[in-house]
Design a binder for this molecule. Structure first.
Ligand SMILES: NC(=O)c1ccc[n+]([C@@H]2O[C@H](COP(=O)([O-])OP(=O)(O)OC[C@H]3O[C@@H](n4cnc5c(N)ncnc54)[C@H](OP(=O)(O)O)[C@@H]3O)[C@@H](O)[C@H]2O)c1
Length: 339
């Protein structure tokens, strides 16, 4: 996978986190699911770095950190970038929330990625199933547990310890809702620097977005294009971002962009950090170029703000812990906090 297109990484905007760290305002997602091989994702990471990406969004559960680590080593050894040039995020999986598992899991990620430190480490989901060690992520785990703040704080203390140990520079949450953050934040010694959450034009989460920003937490938007290639097992068929949406199409056309690229541009301009996945260097380059290109007008941003359909793609059905639950219960906040 090679490409001639290059964008000066220095021209890519950054966001200053509540720790003072500067995080590149767009990253490359790496969830290949089961339709893209680990080797292809690793090739995509190398291509992305060649193009000018400096931010890679990883997770242990994606099962490809070893291949990505080899790719990172290759580009660093080749002198294309230094470790300090890169922003590497990873995430603690749900079966590693137990106090004794957090640091070993982080150390495994560091070993796989062949790094001494991460720029950002996230708790991937607020629903632990740490007593189901090694559970199959594809199947519904009857041992998953609701969010219980006291337990989450034990996990978070270990995340804070990872910062103290110099293993990670920043820590954050992912898939957290306002109700959970409201009980978690007062107890955090180190506030989350980011909350990674699903955001695309058809699922803008304005209320949560505003709350997160009001707390000095940077929103990172996953599935910025609505994850069009994700297999059915990971989403619900009727809900995909409609790139045929007339508003998206019209504005995209005006700017000479593919509607998918417009989703990325809108995301960055709105303020969240989009992390589009792609294995196609042309698409990667278009996405990166869009954030350094001419801004959308206020009217265009306003029009895009109105196409929200409150359409959540990643519903988390696999994390239900009772037979009579619906996926809405997972996001229906308070019911899952105080038990
Ligand atoms: N924290 C969490 O719980 C969580 C959950 C889900 C995802 N994530 C992260 O977010 C990342 C992104 O989400 P995602 O991978 O589900 O979906 P996504 O980024 O919304 O969509 C990726 C798809 O869009 C296509 N695409 C990308 N750029 C394009 C362009 N310019 N034109 C046309 N098509 C384009 C890609 O195809 P090509 O390969 O052909 O370009 C790929 O099939 C993940 O990889 C992962 O790192 C985090």
């Amino acid at each position: 996978m090679s490409t001639q297109t290059q964008i000066d990484p220095q021209s890519v905007p950054t966001r200053t986190l509540n720790t003072g760290s500067k995080m590149p305002a767009i990253g490359l997602g790496t969830f290949g699911s089961d339709h893209v091989t680990n080797e292809t994702v690793a090739e995509a990471v190398k291509a992305a770095i060649d193009i000018g990406y400096r931010h890679i969004d990883c997770a242990s559960v994606y099962g490809n950190e070893a291949e990505i680590g080899a790719a990172l080593k290759e580009v660093i050894d080749a002198g294309k970038v230094s470790r300090e040039d890169l922003w590497i995020t990873s995430k603690l999986w749900n079966d590693k929330h137990a106090e004794e598992d957090v640091l070993p899991s982080l150390r495994q990620t560091l070993a796989d990625l062949q790094l001494d430190y991460l720029d950002l480490y996230l708790v991937h989901w607020p629903f632990p199933n740490f007593h189901a060690k090694g559970c199959d992520v594809d199947s519904r785990s009857e041992l998953a547990k609701p969010y219980i703040n006291e337990n989450f704080m034990k996990t978070w203390r270990q995340m804070e310890k990872a910062v103290e140990l110099g293993l990670v520079k920043n820590i954050g949450t992912s898939n957290m809702t306002q109700a959970k953050l409201e009980v978690m934040l007062p107890e955090a010694k180190i506030k989350p620097a980011v909350n990674e959450m699903e955001i695309h034009p058809h699922f803008q989460q304005q209320e949560l977005y505003d709350y997160v920003v009001s707390q000095g937490i940077q929103p990172v938007g996953f599935c910025p294009i609505g994850s069009p290639a994700r297999p059915e097992r990971d989403k619900t068929a009727e809900d995909t971002v409609d790139t045929e949406d007339p508003v998206l199409r019209e504005i995209a056309e005006k700017h000479g962009l593919h509607p998918a690229t417009l989703c990325v541009k809108w995301a960055e301009q709105r303020g969240q950090i989009p992390i589009p996945f792609s294995t196609n260097p042309r698409n990667m380059a278009a996405n990166l170029a869009s954030v350094v290109g001419d801004p959308l007008t206020d009217e265009e941003m306003e029009a895009l703000s109105k196409i929200d359909k409150n359409c959540r793609l990643i519903k988390g059905q696999v994390f239900l812990w009772k037979d009579d639950q619906s996926w809405e219960d997972l996001w229906d906040l308070d019911g899952v906090i105080a038990q």
